[in-house]
Design a protein around this ligand. Structure first.
Ligand code: LLP
Length: 428
């Protein structure tokens, strides 16, 4: 469910007309709905609170990589949301947005010594360790500070899942996590160190997962590892179940609901007496955002093919080029007339700068405003200034008010980030 709907025929974000936003901010631009973020968070919170017996006081740690805008993070922070972070920059963003350190999880396959030191100093809730090599480095960094940070071992359950091979993380050949048989001795090593406090296990098997079965299997595996560790005398107080639940990009109605997902987690962890954590990214943010864009022109070929050339390109929304991802495209104010097939393309000089082929749309003309739906997760965060296109701005809506929460840089702003090498400064 989201809060983008038509009022008098024109698409609005909550009560804010996208036409007015586009007129004021220009296009392309990302527009986020606070109400949608709050709704998704609320549904997950409610479901978790219904299963406290099995999941404890479960933490929702928003995967900052999905949408790291400070105002988006602050909106979630006010609800009590935590953060799943994968870099010093993301920890800093979460803190800057008002997320307390004790709700910040630090994950990631390649954390540098400097980042580990930063996380310890910041006092994050837990550092998820993904390899023996990383464990050794963390021990050294923690020892140098006389600290003993809380850690979880990320287990690779050898169950990959996800909407595309490029977003699967839990398979045996994926770089993520520690194979099951290595996780147990690694936990023992961590327990033996005076410079670590092992608190539990973590797993995350992929993203845009649309059936519960692979997650259920992975969580059973995780439970088994926890039980083995406890039998060996170790304390396992927390299980971090990662993110990954898929969202409807095509208006699908057969996806597992949040309530079903949480009920499954509660079933698997029942009686284990752990505190669960969840790291949803897409689930909270994807349908809370759209990318608005204007039609530059319609290129009509003699063979009948029609290209809808948009002012948004793959640099603004990478998902179709990277993962063949589907994003619905809707005209903000559809014209009357029969549906026609359009190939949706951007202005970038790359053949992968194509969002979709043969989309059926009402008649489109230059200047028309369109919206890519479900673009709130892995949209703006993946954007770049390729082709020297200014970074796409972001707008946050709350009811009928809206604010530019990341402005489009001017060309002067862009050049200012590139001081000329001193030996070139005398040249014209
Ligand atoms: N936790 C960890 C350790 C992760 O690596 C990820 C995502 C998440 C949580 C959040 O997963 P989510 O709930 O959003 O599925 N750029 C790709 C998705 C990459 C996901 C990477 N890891 C896309 O646009 O589809």
């Amino acid at each position: 469910m989201h809060h983008f709907s038509r009022i008098d025929g024109a698409l609005h974000a909550e009560a804010a007309p996208l036409e007015a936003v586009a007129d004021a901010v220009g296009t392309p631009a990302y527009v986020y709905s606070s109400a949608t973020l709050k709704r998704h968070y609320g549904l997950l919170r409610e479901a978790l609170d219904d299963h406290k017996a099995a999941l404890g006081d479960a933490l929702i740690a928003f995967a900052v990589k999905a949408n790291s805008n400070l105002s988006v993070l602050a909106t979630l922070a006010r609800l009590g949301c935590g953060a799943d972070t994968v870099s010093e920059g993301e920890i800093r963003r979460a803190l800057a947005a008002g997320i307390p350190a004790d709700r910040i999880i630090f994950s990631g396959v390649g954390k540098t010594d400097a980042e580990l030191a930063f996380a310890i100093d910041a006092g994050v809730r837990q550092i998820n360790i993904e390899s023996g090599a990383e464990l050794d480095r963390l021990i050294a960094v923690a020892a140098s500070k006389g600290a003993a940070p809380a850690i979880a071992i990320r287990v690779n359950p050898n169950i990959g899942a996800g909407g595309h091979a490029k977003i699967t993380t839990g398979g045996a050949t994926d770089k993520f996590g520690v194979p099951i048989e290595e996780a147990i001795p690694l936990y023992a090593r961590a327990s033996a160190s005076p410079h670590l406090t092992p608190v539990g296990l973590a797993c995350h098997i992929g993203s845009q997962i649309t059936t519960l079965a692979p997650m259920e299997a992975a969580f059973h595996t995780l439970r088994g590892v926890a039980e083995t560790l406890r039998a060996q005398g170790h304390s396992v107080a927390r299980l971090d179940l990662g993110g990954g639940l898929g969202v409807p990009y095509h208006g699908q109605t057969d996806l597992p609901s949040i309530a079903d997902y949480v009920a499954m987690c509660a079933r698997v962890l029942d009686g284990l007496e752990v505190e669960a954590a969840f790291e949803p990214g897409r689930l909270l943010a994807a349908n809370a955002g759209v990318l608005i864009s204007r039609v530059i022109q319609v290129n009509q070929r003699a063979d009948g093919r029609r290209f809808l050339v948009l002012d948004a390109g793959m640099n603004d929304l990478m998902r179709p080029a990277l993962y063949d991802a589907f994003h619905d495209l809707v005209p903000v104010r559809p014209r009357e007339g029969e549906l026609q097939a359009y190939d949706l393309v951007g202005p970038i000089c790359e053949s992968t700068d194509i969002f979709a082929r043969d989309r059926m749309l009402p008649p489109m003309q230059a200047g028309d405003l369109v919206a890519f739906m479900s673009a709130g997760a892995y949209g703006a965060v993946l954007s770049s200034e390729y082709n020297s296109r200014p970074l796409v701005p972001e707008v946050l809506v709350d009811g009928d008010r809206w604010a530019v929460v990341r402005p489009r840089p001017t060309y002067e702003d862009m050049w200012a980030r590139e001081p000329k090498a001193h030996w070139l400064q005398t040249l014209p």
